[in-house]
Write a protein that binds this ligand. Structure first.
Ligand code: AR6
Length: 179
């Protein structure tokens, strides 16, 4: 599904983030920006070894912050690396997760990128419950897109149908509140 938010568009799809033909894909990274497993391992495998070479020069990344590299062998020109929180059940988890989405969109905007694809940050190895994470992700993306002067396509790429359905339901609820 997709919907207009201000001048921009937010869409939810089932798919593989490494295959997305957008200006930037977002990596659910760790603080040292090492390739790791999960979506990050898949992105590094698809981008090739030059991605890790560039990551090594960046001095890591703090939780909730974002750094940008080239996309190398990926269809996307750039990778935005952001580090989600490990789920602990404290209110700070949502603050940090929101900051990942906000920082990534703001970085994309500074680079004048027109399209960005996100995975569901923190919902794998870092253990964030999908529904709780979806609320934070979608409300933050909507908030950022409303503020944006330029046009941007934000695509949330979920790995399976169940995750996509959760995101679609929560997105509908947020859209209703916006009416
Ligand atoms: N495309 C889209 N989504 C994917 C893909 C893919 N190719 N592969 C997995 N997912 P995770 P985290 C989904 O664990 O929880 C790494 O080792 C997956 O189903 O990749 O933020 C880092 O180095 C899940 O819903 O990220 C860190 O140490 C979501 O992507 C740590 O894992 C995120 O799962 C970060 O953990």
């Amino acid at each position: 599904m997709q919907s207009k938010i201000g001048k921009s568009t937010l869409e939810i799809v089932v798919g593989d983030i490494t295959k997305q033909d957008v200006d930037a894909i977002v990596n659910a990274a760790n603080n040292r920006l090492t390739p790791g497993g999960g979506v990050s391992g898949a992105i590094h495998r698809a981008a090739g070894p030059k991605l890790w070479k560039e990551c090594k020069t960046l001095g890591g990344c703090k939780t909730g912050e974002a750094k940008i590299t080239k996309g190398y062998n990926l269809p996307a020109s750039y990778v935005i690396h952001t580090v989600g929180p490990r789920y602990s059940g404290s209110p700070n988890d949502a603050v940090k997760l929101a900051s990942c989405y906000r920082s990534s969109i703001q970085l994309a905007s500074r680079y004048k990128l027109k399209s960005i694809a996100f995975p569901a940050i923190s919902t794998g190895i870092y253990g964030y419950p999908m529904e709780e994470a979806a609320k934070v992700a979608l409300s933050t993306i909507v908030e950022e897109l409303k503020k944006l002067d330029s046009q941007m396509l934000v695509r949330l790429v979920l790995f399976d149908k169940n995750a996509a359905e959760i995101h679609e339901r929560i997105f509908q609820e947020i859209l209703k509140e916006l009416e």
